[in-house]
Design a protein around this ligand. Structure first.
Ligand code: ZN
Length: 87
């Protein structure tokens, strides 16, 4: 028997091997999700992620979002430097 309508889902994290062949709309398919952001050059980047990496991405996004909020509030960049010397 041949059943059409399956799609291949694969995590876009280079070292991750998670993948699935599933019909869109099924639980297996919906386990893979997409995240979209603008990179520092303003280009839109969309990733398809397995459940584990989607959770990790969301944690990272919340941390970065909080840093941008602090920047918006006080004009200070407080990540990405060692020692924490503020200027
Ligand atoms: Zn993954």
């Amino acid at each position: 028997m041949v059943t059409d309508g399956y799609s291949h889902y694969e995590c876009d994290v280079a070292t991750c091997r998670a993948e699935a062949y599933a019909r869109p709309g099924t639980k297996e398919a919906e386990a893979f999700s997409q995240r979209t952001r603008l990179d520092s050059e303003g280009r839109q980047r969309t990733l398809t992620l397995c459940p584990r990496h989607a959770r990790a991405y969301d944690v990272l996004a919340r941390v970065v979002e909080a840093a941008f909020r602090r920047f918006e509030d006080a004009g200070v960049c407080d990540i990405g430097r060692k020692g924490g010397d503020a200027s």
